[in-house]
Design a protein around this ligand. Sequence first.
Ligand SMILES: [Zn+2]
Ligand SMILES: [Zn+2]
Length: 282
Amino acid sequence: MKFLSNAHTHTTFCDGRSTIGEQIAAAQRLGFVSLGFSGHAMQGFDWAYCMSPDAQAAYYASLRGAQAALRAAGALLTLHVGLEQDALVPDDSKAQNRRVYDYLIGSTHYFPEPLDGAWVAVDGSPDLLLRCIRERFHGDAIAMAEAYYAIHGDSIRRDKPDIIGHFDLVRKYAGQLGLDTNAPAYRRAALAALEKVREGCAVLEVNTGNIARGYDTMPYPAPFLLEAWRAMGGDVTLTSDCHNAAQLDCAFTQTMAMLKDGGFDRVLRLGTGASLWEAVAL
Ligand SMILES: [Zn+2]
Ligand SMILES: [Zn+2]
């Protein structure tokens, strides 16, 4: 079963390595029917990572232009103009993003308090995250993960994005951090957050970005979380969190098989008509 779509795509407007045009060309080569762009929304700090106000305005205008051009050409590919919005994006920007963009991915990367002026992201510098665990969480990696899940769960429930971003990103450096993702306390925190996010959003992304970048062989989220999500009646979409057009469909075939084996009977993809979503049967 082929999955011919991706809702999590970055470009050179934020930290991606490919341009909008390169991502569209890759999608067309693969025969995709829909493609969603999700640049890192302006967040007001750690500017190296997200779009500046000017970059976000140019990103938006470029994508609306590309969307209109594809429509006018009668192309098979439908574009959706979205954002990946961190939990810490200021509330007024979140309200504006909701009004203007086709869809939003709600992600949590950061802790709210900088450490000596540096913003600590769970997918950023592992050394900084280790220091944060030592200094803020008494050396307890699970306590750090519990704090992460509390932020992620509360923000998705409150902000109601269209997609729940990389739910267990906090395990990216589990080995280096000494974070035991099999520990009951870790699993309890993750499952409690999963219950919370379900109240704010019905679509969880199964994100292969960690496979594309060589951190893992299994996508986010871990199988025990996917199993719980299915039992809650939640939907999934498959994404590559693509920063490099050559990896736009990274590990899609194996992940579709994994979802089918896991008991899912459908995967949502971005729509080709008026609605945001359409279902692909497994
Ligand atoms: Zn992200
Ligand atoms: Zn991303």
